[in-house]
Design a protein around this ligand. Structure first.
Ligand code: GLC
Length: 556
């Protein structure tokens, strides 16, 4: 495997709307991100992915872009963006933007022109079909946010357009070379500004199964999960390769794909040396327990399932490329609330989960607030939610026969808004996030869980994450943690998640993923205790007595 400039880094995702608000409108902004660059440097991250800040009606929080070449006024100006890129660079931080090109906003000029003249140049940028009241749609696929993928084309009664997500997110027609050229031009325009690269949104959806056709329905709405068509559509890689060649490769840019359900044999084409992306997220843990029928049927994963999924992903990517490892992002509940059982979200357990994930082979990505152990909100009421998929899932649960309480409980557990509550900087008003009224309610635990309380306090979750990042960069263990292979140790021992990292040195990472103590045999004598999430360690000869939620790293 070729070595790349980004391999040794630690990445960090910012959700700008909820990060830091400098003008008191309750919405985080780019000046807020700039004001926290020194903080990010202190934490040690060197690659920062910004969720979208382009001009957008924010129907899906910026994942509905109405102008790829402008910054939305709520987030700031292009001058702010340029300043952010430059000031980040001075601090050794590369900025990565979100690339949302499966769809744009229905308020994008392309779509407006397509509505004006569906047969014209811009009509070909979308999937527009003739349709008459009472006729079936060209296919019965269910959009990710609920309902059919088809809606009437604004201004028409006999034409419809395709949207895989919300109806305000019309899909772009990648079969059209003119559209693809526009996209590559735009990517390069941004890379010319000195961006480090892109996180590529929802990209597996750009290749459709054409011509559109019905697939077997999987709910009583007569529709079929759109993911069923993705399994059958062929040729995604042709588009992705063309895009990489026309943009990322020329700049040696970093790119990380939002890729789900890939086939193992396709991994080299995605993240290998000549892959279309630098990396892709490992979502295998996130998919555990999710039920296609909806959040009301989904359940939280167990420690054993988590371990098996993580090891399987490690095995698939070994010798191929780097996965990007996460415990959460802006589309998921908080990792500590999802993977740790109720009542067990102690600092020790949070560090165990974070450490086990961070030390795997691949590129560690932290999501804002993870470094202080932010949790799901537990006091949601329906009117607190903003996210469109949460509101859809609530309806799905009611339709399936849940009571309002059950539906609320289900969406509270899985809502994307759990990750989107504002960053908890301090215990003051607005949690230090805003001087105004936050756009999404704060998690009330901000008085206890906040950066000011943890910064500089020995033993805090924050200081633990800093030590993880320091370790990844250290002269002693950096090479091993970045490039060393990852080999499971005692994978059959229940609720023990342990693995070797074997490079220049050999490290053993071992976590007791449960609320009871357990013993672990050492494979060979330990030379050094490199990391411990508790103050003490009890061991004799070849046995380590791991306390509940204890995580240790030994050099062997
Ligand atoms: C991706 C984004 C998500 C968004 C969707 C549609 O999954 O991460 O936030 O809603 O794409 O763009």
């Amino acid at each position: 495997m070729q070595h790349k400039w980004w391999h040794g880094k630690t990445a960090y995702q910012i959700y700008p709307k909820s990060f830091c608000d400098t003008n008191g409108d309750g919405i985080g902004d780019l000046r807020g991100v700039i004001s926290k660059l020194d903080y990010l440097r202190e934490l040690g991250v060197e690659l920062v992915w910004l969720s979208p800040v382009y001009r957008s009606p924010l129907a899906d929080q910026g994942y509905d872009i109405s102008d790829y070449y402008s910054i939305d006024a709520r987030f700031g100006t292009m001058a702010d963006m340029d300043e952010l890129i430059e000031k980040a660079r001075e601090r050794g931080i590369s900025i990565v933007m979100d690339l949302v090109v499966n769809h744009c906003s229905d308020e994008h000029e392309w779509f407006r022109k397509a509505c004006e003249d569906p047969e014209g140049e811009y009509g070909q940028f979308f999937y527009i079909r003739d349709w008459h009241e009472g006729e079936p749609f060209p296919c019965n696929w269910r959009s990710y946010f609920g309902g059919p993928c088809w809606d009437l084309l604004p201004g028409h009664t006999d034409k419809i357009y395709f949207h895989a997500f919300h109806k305000k997110q019309p899909d772009l027609n990648w079969e059209n070379p003119a559209l693809r050229r526009e996209i590559y031009k735009m990517i390069n325009w941004w890379l010319d500004k000195g961006l480090g690269g892109f996180r590529i949104d929802a990209i597996i959806n750009i290749k459709k199964l054409l011509p559109f056709c019905d697939l077997p329905a999987d709910r009583d709405d007569g529709l079929c999960d759109i993911r069923a068509m993705l399994k059958r559509a062929e040729g995604l890689n042709v588009f992705l390769d063309e895009m990489a060649e026309a943009s990322f490769r020329k700049y040696d840019a970093f790119s990380v794909g939002e890729v789900f359900n890939e086939k193992t044999e396709d991994l080299p084409k995605i993240i290998g040396d000549r892959g279309c992306f630098s990396s892709m997220f490992d979502f295998s843990e996130h998919l555990l327990g999710l039920d296609r029928r909806g959040w009301h049927r989904s359940r939280l994963p167990t420690a054993e399932e988590y371990k098996r999924a993580a090891f399987a992903a490690q095995a698939r990517s070994a010798g191929v490329g780097f996965l990007s490892n996460i415990i959460e992002n802006h589309d998921e509940p908080r990792g500590v609330s999802h993977y740790l059982p109720e009542g067990e979200r102690s600092d020790a357990a949070k560090k165990l989960l974070g450490g086990l994930n961070f030390l795997l082979r691949g590129l560690p990505f932290l999501y804002q607030g993870q470094e202080i152990g932010m949790e799901n909100r537990t006091d949601w009421t329906l009117k607190d939610f903003d996210d469109i998929s949460t509101l859809d899932q609530y309806k799905v649960a009611l339709r399936a026969g849940c009571t309002e309480e059950e539906a609320l409980a289900a969406v509270s557990r899985f809502s994307r808004d759990n990750a989107r509550t504002p960053f908890q900087w301090d215990a003051g008003p607005g949690a230090g996030f805003t001087a105004g009224a936050p756009w999404l309610g704060l998690n009330e635990n901000y008085r206890e869980i906040n950066l000011a309380e943890q910064r500089g306090r020995e033993g805090s979750v924050y200081e633990f994450y800093r030590s993880l990042i320091t370790l990844r960069k250290s002269a002693d263990y950096g090479e091993t943690l970045v490039y060393g292979e990852c080999v499971p140790y005692l994978p059959e021992q229940k609720n023990l998640m342990a693995y070797f990292r074997r490079g220049e040195k050999t490290l053993l990472v071992a976590g007791n993923f449960q609320a009871e103590a357990q013993d672990m045999l050492l494979p060979s004598p330990a030379r050094t205790l490199v990391l411990n999430n508790l103050d003490e360690l009890s061991a004799e000869r070849d046995t380590v007595h791991l306390k509940p939620w204890q995580l240790v790293v030994f050099e062997l």
